[in-house]
Design a protein around this ligand. Sequence first.
Ligand code: 3PG
Length: 402
Amino acid sequence: MVRSLRSVKNIFGKKVLVRVDTNVPIKDGRILDDTRIRAIIPTLQFLIKKKAKIIIIAHLGRPEGVVVPNLTLDPIAVRLGQLLKRHIEKIPSEDWKKSSGIFKMVQTMIEVMKPGQLVMLDNIRFSPDETNNKGNLAKQLASLADFFVQDGFSVCHRADASVLGIAKLLPSYAGLLLVNELQGLDKIFHASPQRFLVILGGAKMETKLPVLKKFLKISGNIVVGGGIANTILAARGYDVGASLVDKNLFATAKRLARNKKIVMPHDVVVGNKEGTSWRIVTVDSKPHGLCEKDEAILDIGPATITLVRNYIDKAKTLVWNGALGYFEQQPYDEGTFAVARAIAQRQQKGIFSVVGGGETVEVIQELNLSKKFGLVSTGGGAMLEFLAGNKLPGIKVLEHKR
Ligand code: 3PG
């Protein structure tokens, strides 16, 4: 169990460092999906109401210790301000290498802050000391505040200065989003394997393999699509043309193909990336050619959609991570969209569903279904690591001492 922010007494006037994850897709300065920003509002509102002095720390992209102008948090601070209906003072992105200067400046700002006000540091990954908690950064950050709140579940798998480092130095607590995510994901580990369905897609099999192995132990059926299904088909000898496959995982894929829990596509949509030429191909039980050389598997076919719907209709607990096709291009969005809608419908019957992963959340947003699931996790890599059974450094450090 983690220590929750709700357990903190006497917050009035206290200086609080809040680590959030605002790593959202941005194009030409425009935020394409603000799910992660919306998700941190309850914690910030809680602290505003309690009249804390709030110092927000976040990152965007992977600037690797240098100031990258288009990775500044300016658009994030603006969006956050709109959602909170408050002004957020943003500390400019000076050269983080001269961080002592920055910290003096921040300190001065905090001293004059009124209870309930917020400031936001610029992209913490502009500092060369953030990744893997190097140098003095954690110490400098910790010196700014009375306590620390972690509300960025999706960054908790990183042992960084603003994730692990500060939490070791200050009294530290889990924010409301983090507590909610942990409670939701924990239900998965306590679900009975009967009628526990997992749907795993996405481009790369490698990133999903640890979680797939874990689910083979704790869940019922596992429907696979995307790169996982392609790799299994290719490893078994089907000709998959230019489809995305992880060639170095063929031996594992062959073993997985023999596992009765794994549900493979019965048919696939193959075609060109532009979506101008495509066809449906049935996957026979014996390996055969599915694609021409220049074609790729880009979606599950209609028979597979029906099959997956039947599994969804019987599930009581459900986890979905990863698109089942190249949903960014019509007509290859059909399989992924149909699965999203079917889970949302099933959720109305009182099952518990968890969905997560960057592209999965993007799909849900596009279909306006974000309120229709038990938990929409903000975690990409963090969710996969957590579900694979790994202890995440940013969470472990918040646990009660036994
Ligand atoms: C994410 O987008 O999953 C988190 O922000 C972590 O980002 P990272 O993989 O760059 O550490």
